[in-house]
Design a protein around this ligand. Structure first.
Ligand SMILES: [Zn+2]
Length: 125
């Protein structure tokens, strides 16, 4: 996952948790098996940290943390695996659908089939 995408997903989870009154707090004792609310506060803190890792170019670590966060969201009944798979899919900036469904490669450029607008130059990466 690219920096922009991982920051988008992590920010959405942080906002979602804040929206239901979950504050950010790192687990005090890593030997502890926490209650649900303590676990949710910890993953809110992890979202903030993982955003910083991603923005600093530490994508592998940010992705690993995202996996832990999503596992916790699943086990605490917040998102199904299928929903989180959708969250992780790149979205088209023009039609906002899954990019792998609307993209159309013409030469080196990727176009959105729905809007006929250029998504990106595929050589840029
Ligand atoms: Zn599109």
């Amino acid at each position: 996952m690219k920096t922009e995408k991982i920051v988008e997903v992590l920010s959405a989870y942080r906002k979602e948790l804040a929206g239901v009154g979950i504050g950010s707090c790192q687990l005090e004792n890593y030997d502890e098996i926490p209650e649900e609310e303590v676990a949710l506060r910890h993953i809110t803190w992890m979202c903030e940290q993982a955003i910083e890792f991603a923005e600093a170019g530490r994508l592998e670590k940010a992705n690993r943390w995202l996996g832990f966060i999503q596992g916790t969201l699943w086990l605490t009944g917040r998102h199904a695996v299928s929903s989180m798979r959708e969250h992780n899919r790149p979205r088209c900036p023009h039609c906002h659908g899954p990019e792998d469904e609307c993209n159309d490669l013409r030469g080196n450029r990727l176009y959105c089939k729905n809007t006929d607008m250029c998504i990106r130059n595929n050589n840029a990466e």
